[in-house]
Design a protein around this ligand. Structure first.
Ligand code: FES
Ligand SMILES: [Fe+2]
Length: 378
């Protein structure tokens, strides 16, 4: 397993690239059949065999700050409810009442119990069925076997992971995320947006910097470099680092005193469909939820970064998030939607990912192996 570079080693590798006019290069190019973006059958396999069987980040821990706090949304097409219990443990359930299947919670909030809006069956935070109105109409019904259907949920590294089906592959490399979140970080925005593109096209746009100059000439490029990135696979996942030009000043700072805050952006791709983007003052957890072969819901949780003064951090984070979230993201959306519209043009039977796009090659290689039931590439 590759261990991610720490900040100082990452800074040094970037400084070396600046000096040598180089960038990280992947081992080989990857050719991905365009049919894999257009096939209903392929998407169904991705969802059933990969999404549902992989411990997948459902939301950041910061979205469930106290007992009763919950998040309800679909993941891999399944309505799921995650809630922090009185004992502090996060649990996840299929969000469907055990009477006739109505959702028992919507969106986000804080509850003492979940009361189904159809007939009023009431569940405790641990999912157990507490109350049936006019219970005498259900003679012999065992309440203890009619709690909300649980799913495997684990809280680690500042995120809640949910697994819907028997996990096919554990991923010890996720330990690499231990330092990404700290408890003082606050969730200050959650946004959902449906985008007319296959989930993999959206994902690909996050994990390569080759496009920055052409796609973002006035937003990101003036502060960044043309095609200068670190690309580090770890387990099934990868991290891509986007330095800002101002990182060059670290060349004049002693190695042990170098700090990278505000000088680069780390983007973690957590297989299969989650990204963590650590920007100067805020961090996004982005979940790409497939709605169909040509439609994806982008659910973005935005947190302040770590820092002593959370009030000031919050002000600055909101300002930055508005810029990156609106202007830059609109440029990426225009690209991915145009790619989606062109998928059926017949121009390409394969898409060719070059050596600068190594994190994408790693993703497709890993996805292919997972669909074939093989161990992930290291
Ligand atoms: S469906 Fe929930 S109480 Fe009837
Ligand atoms: Fe972009």
């Amino acid at each position: 397993m590759t261990i991610l570079l720490d900040d100082r080693r990452a800074a040094q590798r970037i400084l070396d690239h600046i000096e040598n006019r180089t960038t990280d290069l992947g081992g080989e190019i990857w050719r991905e059949p365009v049919a894999n973006y257009r096939s209903e059958e392929r998407l169904a396999m991705e969802v059933q065999q990969v999404f549902k069987r992989t411990p997948t980040p459902f939301c950041p821990s910061a979205a469930l700050p106290q007992a009763g706090a919950y998040v309800a949304r679909e993941a891999a097409g399944t309505p799921i409810l995650a809630v922090r219990g009185e004992d502090g443990t996060v649990r996840a359930f299929r969000n469907a009442c055990r009477h006739r299947g109505m959702a028992v919670a919507n969106a986000t909030g804080c509850a003492k119990s979940f009361v189904c809006g159809y007939h009023g069956w009431t569940y405790r935070l641990d999912g157990s069925l507490r109350h049936i109105p006019h219970e005498h109409g259900f003679p012999g019904l065992d309440k203890s076997t009619h709690g909300l259907a649980p799913l495997r949920a684990e809280e680690s590294c500042g995120m809640v992971f949910v697994t819907q089906d028997t996990p096919a592959l554990e991923d010890p490399a996720l330990d690499e995320l231990a330092h990404v979140f700290s408890p003082e970080q606050q969730l200050f925005a959650t946004r959902e947006r449906d985008i007319a593109a296959n989930w993999k096209i959206l994902l690909e746009g996050f994990i390569e910097g080759y496009h920055i100059r052409a796609t973002h000439p006035e937003t990101f490029y003036p502060y960044g470099f043309d095609n200068l990135n670190l690309v580090e696979p770890f387990g099934r996942n990868s991290r891509v680092t986007y330095p800002f030009q101002r990182i060059a000043k670290l060349a004049r700072v002693a190695r042990e005193e170098r700090r990278v805050d505000g000088l680069l952006t780390y983007v973690y791709h957590l297989f299969p469909n989650v990204l963590i983007t650590v920007l100067s003052r805020h961090t996004n957890v982005v979940v790409l939820e497939p709605l169909g072969i040509d439609s994806t819901r982008n659910i973005t949780y935005t947190l302040t970064n770590r820092g002593a003064d959370q009030e000031e951090m919050l002000r600055e984070a909101k300002r930055d998030a508005a810029f990156v979230g609106e202007v830059g993201a609109a440029e990426d959306r225009a690209v991915v939607c145009a790619i989606q519209r062109g998928l059926g043009s017949g121009a390409n039977e394969v898409f060719t990912f070059g050596k600068f796009e190594g994190a994408i090659a790693h993703f497709h290689r890993t996805l292919k192996a997972a669909l074939a039931g093989r161990a992930p590439a290291a």
